[in-house]
Design a protein around this ligand. Sequence first.
Ligand code: FPP
Length: 234
Amino acid sequence: MSKTRSATEGQEEQETTQPRVRVPRHVAIIMDGNGRWAQQRGLPRAEGHIRGQDALRATLRAAAELGIEYLTVYAFSTENWARPQQEVEALMELLVSAIHSETPELMSQGVRLRAIGDLSRLPERARQSLYECIERTKDNKQITLVLALSYSSRDELTRATRRIAGLSTEASSRRPTSPRSSSRATSTQPTSPTPTYSYARGARSASATISSGRLPTQSSSSRQSTGLTSTRLP
Ligand code: FPP
């Protein structure tokens, strides 16, 4: 708890007691376990992905309410391209429909959408939808949602190492000057504080939570190190 002093016009300065909540500026989540969540309930894997979208919506709302500035969601890795073609196509369709159906919500919640990863590998339709949404939400200020699509740890490590070494990250990220300006566009990289990860029991626990649509309480999330939360504040 912290004590703050406030005064309104014509009144004595008053002392009020407010809870002081420390939240990370940037939280990163790995979407995982959607398929298993569905299978464990006798549902098709696709249902798990749909419910994952619901869970993401709830997570984003909560993050915005908490005052988190950046929420990065690792949704689709380069390894995921090796999944059966039908599943990849269904996921890309889900991405397109999620962007379309969620854009009004993003606008009303003040969410700015960005994307990282090798976006050039996305089907044209998905890339177009993504860029349109990025453009439409670019002036929103409440929170930035960063979708990692066709992401790879190799690319992230290269960029992080170059940044630490004080080198330009252009070579590895081939950042386009505008979303449509490059046919080999790889990211719409936000200037965001580095996210802090809790990988100890990270991805699996986080995904279980996300897939089932439950959000951890603040105390349990920091205790369990789920990957939904950060243990290091910027
Ligand atoms: C992880 O579960 C989820 C994915 C690889 C798909 C994420 C969804 C999309 C890219 C489309 C919609 C995007 C958003 C942002 C709503 P899994 O299939 O790896 O589950 P498993 O580990 O149980 O196999």
